[in-house]
Structures are given as structure tokens and as C-alpha cells.
Write a protein that binds this ligand. Structure first.
Ligand code: ATP
Length: 531
């Protein structure tokens, strides 16, 4: 199935079955915002809980064979506006943006080329130019025919649609040829992916969403564009009030907001989203070691969600791509249906050096350095001079930051689980790793009478304390199984006529579609073993 179709089907399934809805839908929606429905919120919570479990409650074993130290935090979304001046977001958190002079749409300059190659009108033009891999007279003639017909509707702003005889835009025809060949060689196009009109030169556009706080003399504030800064602001509090010693980490999950120029690809790029971020504070000399450590651990974590190895990869940032704070950054990328065969970002792991603590220290006037008592003792034992001991045992820790998107993780699990299967009534199923499935067990009376609902409800009450269960007595059993396949429920337990005679039930396995019969008293053990 073409990847574009897969994506359309995932979006439609999410709406139809209650994973994700467009926000404010009854008012026509609002671009870049999404609501998570009954199943979406369960899926999202399962991923978040697993991240919290693996980062805060049972963090990895460190390179020295001992558990590392990690604590959690939940900081405010709105902080003192000076935060964003110190962090560099007020000045530098901007994307280059281009506007179309014809249709007035806004585009992120670095996204234009990809959007252009995906645009409907370029596809239609490419379809019309014959099989020309070079631009020959026939190709030009076909393109002109297209411009006089379909092009008027699809790309009214395009120069050679507006005046075919005057201007044959050879660049656009060349790009249509490139699209046919599935390659892209031009990065700075200057043509609107929507209507073909001219784009303005790129201008910087700050991505922070603002608000106001206070009734009298309201103060301009910003909704955080990342959760990380709340962690830096609390560095001293955490050192002073908990037992952690460098190296240690502080983890936080929560909402972030960015006024994205072109929110797109479903929940991949939205204006309100959730992040899972951790700041690892370590001695500057040890930062490269911890960078490698977290790189490996974070990739392991993504695989633990059941994501195929072949759909994940690392991509090192080029020097000119690094954020203002970063010394080294690597992205973990996933092969999304809309990027395939290429990959798109899922998590960034950045070596932020001492940038953030130093900036906040300078801007707040507070000392945000660390006195390393163990290092002091070691230096003394090694016979270092008192001056050297003093200078070296107080330092600003370096930071390694694995920063991932929780809502992007939801998208990855949906894409990964989506499995077409013509043999099923639903024609597909969501093959979630059972641990992450929103509903683990469906419990059904075969028919809604003859004493079956009573037995089924009792079983439901027994099981719901252990697993997320759904009791359902509506529609035919086939339709109920099909619905459970569509939402990725790994097991369905059915109470039928035989249950009333011999106290056994059937358990249906989502992947194999096979059923086994087990005693009603063994259901919980059977499921626990497999979940
Ligand atoms: P991108 O290059 O995709 O804009 P970024 O490099 O700006 O992302 P970071 O600032 O490193 O992203 O944020 C960490 C993570 O937060 C990203 O890897 C991504 O998973 C998630 N994220 C960032 N922006 C968005 C967004 N607009 N919508 C959904 N998730 C996002």
C-alpha cells in the first residue's frame, strides 16, 4: 500500500475509533491542535509511564555497574519571562519563514522543498508530462496543455499558468521531471507548494506562544517551548533539598507549545505537544562518556516499545545545524510513512555543555555551580595543591539532554502497529506490543441474555483491577472482535453457552486469531503470563 494511503488510513482510524480528534472540531477545528480521545489518552499514558519507569523509577545501570541517580520534576508551564531571555529562546528561537505573495500562506523555509515535491499540483503536472526524463519539445507541449487546463485550478499562482505563452517556467517543468524520477536536487525553490505563487525571502519568526498574566499592568509571558528550562531553574533547589550528587539526572514530562509555521503530518508537528526530557548533570570531563551512554540507552528504550530496528536510525547533526546551546547533537529518527524511504526526528540527544546553567546564573545573579566533595577528597589524596583543589572541586556541570516527543511517540506506535490483513473483517489490525495496547482485554458475553452477561460482568470486575479491560455486550461477536482488532486489543475473553455448563471461557489471541478454552478461574493467570 502506498505510504500516503497508510497515513490517511491511520488518521481516519484514529478519528473513527477514538484515539485522536482535531481540537475544537465542532467550530471547524484549529490548525496544529489535537485532542486525545478515550483510547489515545490510554496509549499516551502507557508510553509516558514506561518512560518514567525506565528513566526515574528504574533508571539504567551506569557504566560503573551501579544504578545511576535520577529524580523527577513537574515544573510550571509559565515561568518568569527572564527565563527565555537567558535560555536564548526570546532572541534566537526562530524559524526562517516565507509567505506566498499570491495565496498568503506561510511556510517554513526549510520545509518548502519537501512540501513542494509532495504538492498535489506538481504531482498532477508530473503525471501530464509523459515519460520524459529530459525536457524535450513533447514534455513542454504536455506541460503547456496542463497549464491551460488542470493547472488553472490546482496552481493558479504559477507564472506559466497565469501566462502560458509569455512564460514557460522551465524550472517547474524540470522539478516535475525530478519528481517523476523520485529525486530532489533543488533546495531553495521560491515557489509556493500550495498555489505555485512566488514566495517572499525567508524572514525570522519567533516560535514562542505568548500570553499575559495579571489583571493590573499585565505582564507578557510565554508558554514554555520545551520542558528543559524548568529543570535548569530548579537545579539549585534539587541539589539543596534532595540527596543527589553529580552525576545525576532530572526528568520531566509535560506540555510544550510552539507557534509552528506549518503544523503538519497529523500529530508529528503540532503547536501544543508533549515532551519527555531529561537533563543529565555531569563533570565536564565526563560529558563525552555520558553522551555515548545516553545515546545507546535511548535507542534501546525505543526498541523496547516494539519499534523495528530497521525503522530507527541515528543521525548526527552537522556543525551548521547545531542549536545555539549545543556542542554535539544526534537525532534518533523513525521512518514515518510520510518521510519514507527517508526518516524524520523522534528524539534529540544534545551535549549542551554548561550553556544553560551559566546563562541562568548570569541572568539571575544566583550561583548555579556545584561543589564536588568527592572530587575534593580525591584531589587531596592525589597531593594536589590547595589552590588546585579549590579551583577544580567547584564547577558548573555539563549537561547531556535526551529530549523526545511523547505525542510523536504515540504517532510512531500507531504507524508501527498498523498492519493490513485482508483475511480479517477489519482488513487491518493494530499490532501493539501488549504492554502498550490501550485496552488489554475485551470481555464479552456471546449473547446479551441467558445468564451470560452476569458471568461476564463478574469476570470483568475481577480482571479490571489487574488489566485495562473493556466489557462489551453490543453487536455480533464478529463485529466486537473486529473492533478489538482495529484498536489493537491483544486478548478477548468470551463467555458462551459452554461456560454456564463447565465454567470455561474462550480466549482469542489478536495476532494468531486462534482461540483457546481455559477455566474461568485460570483466566487471570493466563493473561498475566502473556501481558
Ligand atoms: P524539529 O526539527 O522536528 O522541529 P526540534 O529539533 O526543534 O524538532 P527539539 O527542540 O529537539 O525538536 O524537541 C525535542 C523533541 O520534541 C523532538 O525530537 C520531537 O519529538 C518533539 N517535538 C518538537 N517540536 C514538536 C512539535 N511541534 N510537535 C510535536 N513534537 C515536537
Amino acid at each position: 500500500m502506498p505510504d500516503a494511503t497508510v497515513m490517511e488510513q491511520i488518521v481516519s482510524l484514529c478519528k473513527r475509533r477514538g484515539f485522536i480528534y482535531p481540537a475544537s472540531e465542532i467550530y471547524g477545528g484549529i490548525n496544529g491542535f489535537w485532542d486525545y480521545g478515550p483510547l489515545g489518552v490510554l496509549l499516551k499514558n502507557n508510553i509516558r509511564d514506561w518512560w518514567w519507569n525506565q528513566m526515574v523509577l528504574c533508571p539504567p545501570i551506569g557504566p560503573d555497574g551501579h544504578p545511576i541517580e535520577m529524580v523527577g520534576l513537574d515544573s510550571a508551564i509559565i515561568q518568569n519571562p527572564k527565563t527565555w531571555v537567558a535560555s536564548g529562546h526570546a532572541g534566537g528561537f526562530a524559524d526562517p519563514m516565507q509567505t506566498c505573495r499570491q495565496c498568503k500562506k506561510l511556510f517554513r523555509a526549510d520545509h518548502v522543498a519537501a512540501m513542494f515535491m509532495e504538492s498535489e499540483w506538481l504531482g498532477a503536472l508530473a503525471d501530464s508530462i509523459g515519460d520524459g526524463t529530459n525536457i524535450d519539445p513533447q514534455t513542454i507541449e504536455n506541460a503547456e496543455k496542463w497549464a491551460r487546463g488542470k493547472g488553472r485550478k490546482l496552481a493558479p499562482g504559477l507564472a506559466f499558468v497565469r501566462g502560458v505563452e509569455k512564460a514557460l517556467n522551465a524550472l517547474v517543468v524540470e522539478l516535475a521531471v525530478q519528481r517523476r524520477a523520485g529525486r530532489l536536487q533543488i533546495s531553495n525553490i521560491g515557489i509556493c507548494p500550495n498555489c505555485g505563487g512566488d514566495l517572499t525571502e525567508p524572514r525570522q519568526f519567533n516560535l514562542m506562544l505568548g500570553s499575559e498574566v495579571g489583571a493590573v499592568d499585565p505582564v507578557k509571558v510565554y508558554l514554555r517551548p520545551e520542558t528543559a528550562q524548568g529543570i535548569f531553574l530548579n537545579f539549585k533547589n534539587i541539589i539543596d533539598t534532595s540527596r543527589v550528587k553529580v552525576p545525576f539526572g532530572v526528568a520531566q514530562t509535560g506540555k510544550s507549545f510552539r507557534n509552528e509555521v506549518t503544523p503538519r503530518n497529523f500529530i508529528f508537528r503540532s503547536r501544543e505537544f508533549e515532551q519527555m526530557e531529561m537533563e543529565w548533570f555531569c563533570h565536564p570531563d565526563e560529558a563525552p562518556k555520558w553522551y555515548e551512554f545516553w545515546k545507546a540507552k535511548r535507542m534501546e528504550w525505543w526498541r523496547s516499545l516494539g519499534v523495528a530496528e530497521s525503522n530507527l536510525r541515528f543521525r548526527d547533526h552537522e556543525k551548521d545545524e547545531l542549536s545555539h546551546y549545543s556542542k554535539m547533537t544526534v537525532d534518533i529518527e523513525y521512518k514515518y510513512p510520510f518521510t519514507s524511504p527517508d526518516f524524520g526526528e523522534l528524539e534529540g540527544i544534545a551535549h549542551r555543555g554548561e550553556f544553560d546553567l551559566k546563562q541562568h546564573s548570569e541572568h539571575s545573579g544566583q550561583k548555579l555551580d556545584y561543589f564536588d566533595q568527592e572530587l575534593q577528597l580525591r584531589l587531596k589524596e592525589q597531593g594536589a595543591s590547595p589552590e588546585e583543589v579549590k579551583a577544580k572541586s567547584r564547577y558548573i556541570p555539563n549537561v547531556i539532554e535526551p529530549a523526545s516527543g511523547l505525542t510523536r511517540a504515540v504517532l510512531v506506535l500507531l504507524c508501527e502497529a498498523y498492519t493490513p490483513d485482508e483475511a480479517r473483517p477489519s482488513k487491518m489490525f493494530l499490532k501493539f506490543k501488549p504492554q502498550f495496547a490501550p485496552i488489554k482485554v475485551g470481555i464479552f458475553p456471546l449473547v446479551n441474555k441467558d445468564g451470560m452477561p452476569e458471568v461476564a460482568e463478574k469476570l470483568y470486575l475481577d480482571l479490571r483491577n489487574q488489566f485495562t479491560c473493556e466489557y462489551d455486550a453490543k453487536q455480533s461477536i464478529g463485529k466486537r472482535y473486529a473492533r478489538m482488532d482495529e484498536i489493537g486489543t491483544p486478548f478477548c475473553v468470551t463467555i458462551d453457552g459452554q461456560t454456564l455448563q463447565d465454567q470455561t471461557v474462550t480466549i482469542r489471541d489478536r495476532d494468531a486469531m486462534g482461540q483457546v478454552r481455559v477455566g474461568i478461574g485460570q483466566v487471570s493467570g493466563y493473561l498475566r503470563e502473556r501481558l
